[in-house]
Design a protein around this ligand. Structure first.
Ligand code: AMP
Ligand code: MG
Length: 273
C-alpha cells in the first residue's frame, strides 16, 4: 500500500492557500536547508528515482500520475524537465492540455484526460489537466456555474477510479507570488530566447489573480483525497521547488513494496557456453 507523504500536503479541513508560503527554506523536519544542501538532496533524489522508476517499469503493477497546475510562469515546464527529465524516457510520458479542440469540447471534460491515464509501469505527467475545468472555466464563466460545480465530484470519482486500478496520483500546485510572476513575465520580455513563451493573454489572467486564488482554494480542498492528495509547493525559488517535488515523489515510490519479478527456475545452474 502506498503511503503518501504529509510534507506540503493539503489537509482539506484546514488548508488556506493565502497562508501557504511561496518561499520557504524548511526541510522535512522543519529545519532550515540551504540552497547548496537542497541541491545535493535533489541530486540524490534523482538517482533514487531512476532506480524506483525502473523497478516500477519492470514490475508493471503500479502506475504513477503526476498532475501539475500553476498560475502562468509558475514553473510547470521547468519542474517537469528538472524532476523527470533524467529518468528513463521509455517510462515517462507527458501531455500538455491546451484550450480544448472542437472535438474535445464536444465530449465530457474527462474524455480527453482519461485517454492519457498511465498504463501499468508508466509515469504520466499532466501539464495542466482536468483541473482547468474548475479553474480557467470558472474564472472566465466559460460554462455555467451549475456545470463546473459538479466537476469537483466528477474529479474525485475519476481519480478514485484510477487509484482503484493501481494508479498512484500526486498533484502539485506550484505556488508562486504575484511579485515573482511579475519578474518572470519581465524575463520573458527581456530575453530573446524566451519571447516565444510570452503571451499577452497572460497579462489578462494576471489581473484575475484573486479570482484564480479563490478557484484554486476551492479545488484544492474539495479534491485533496487520501488516494489522490494535493501538494502545494512553495515555488518562488526553483531550487526549493525541485528539491520538494523530487523528495515527495521519491518518498511515495519508496513506500511501495516493489520487487523484481521472480526469475525462471534454475538460473544458478545455467552455464553459458
Ligand atoms: P499554456 O499552458 O501556456 O500553453 O496555455 C494553455 C492554455 O490553455 C491556458 O491558458 C489554459 O488555461 C488553457 N486551457 C487548458 N485547458 C482548458 C480548458 N479545459 N478550458 C479552457 N482553457 C483551457
Ligand atoms: Mg503560457
Amino acid at each position: 500500500m502506498v503511503d503518501y507523504p504529509k510534507w506540503h500536503r493539503v489537509d482539506p479541513k484546514s488548508f488556506v492557500l493565502s497562508q501557504a508560503p511561496t518561499k520557504t527554506k524548511e526541510d522535512l523536519d522543519g529545519n532550515k536547508i540551504s540552497r547548496k544542501d537542497a541541491y545535493k538532496v535533489y541530486l540524490e533524489n534523482i538517482e533514487a528515482l531512476k532506480v524506483l522508476q525502473f523497478k516500477m517499469w519492470v514490475e508493471k503493477k503500479t502506475s504513477l500520475l503526476i498532475v501539475f497546475q500553476a498560475m502562468d510562469t509558475g514553473g510547470k515546464d521547468g519542474a517537469i524537465r528538472k524532476c523527470f527529465g533524467p529518468l528513463n524516457p521509455q517510462g515517462v510520458l507527458t501531455h500538455a492540455f491546451k484550450v480544448p479542440s472542437d472535438e474535445e469540447a464536444s465530449h465530457d471534460f474527462l474524455w480527453r484526460i482519461h485517454k492519457f491515464a498511465p498504463a501499468k509501469g508508466m509515469i504520466q505527467i499532466y501539464n495542466r489537466s482536468h483541473y482547468e475545468d474548475v479553474l480557467v472555466v470558472r474564472v472566465h464563466d466559460y460554462k455555467p456555474e451549475a456545470v463546473w460545480k459538479k466537476n469537483y465530484q466528477h474529479i474525485v470519482n475519476y481519480e478514485e477510479l484510477l487509484a482503484d486500478s493501481g494508479t498512484l496520483v500526486l498533484k502539485f500546485m506550484l505556488n508562486i507570488s504575484l511579485d515573482e510572476q511579475k519578474e518572470r513575465l519581465q524575463e520573458r520580455l527581456d530575453d530573446e530566447t524566451r519571447h516565444w513563451k510570452f503571451s499577452s493573454g497572460d497579462l489578462k489572467e494576471r489581473k484575475l489573480w484573486p479570482d484564480y486564488m479563490d478557484a484554486f482554494q476551492e479545488a484544492l480542498v474539495k479534491t485533496s483525497t487520501p488516494s489522490a492528495p494535493w501538494y502545494v509547493i512553495p515555488a518562488d525559488r526553483k531550487w526549493y521547488r525541485n528539491y520538494a517535488i523530487t523528495t515527495i515523489v521519491r518518498q511515495t515510490l519508496e513506500s511501495l513494496d516493489m520487487s523484481w519479478p521472480s526469475p525462471e527456475e534454475g538460473l544458478s545452474k545455467i552455464v553459458i557456453e
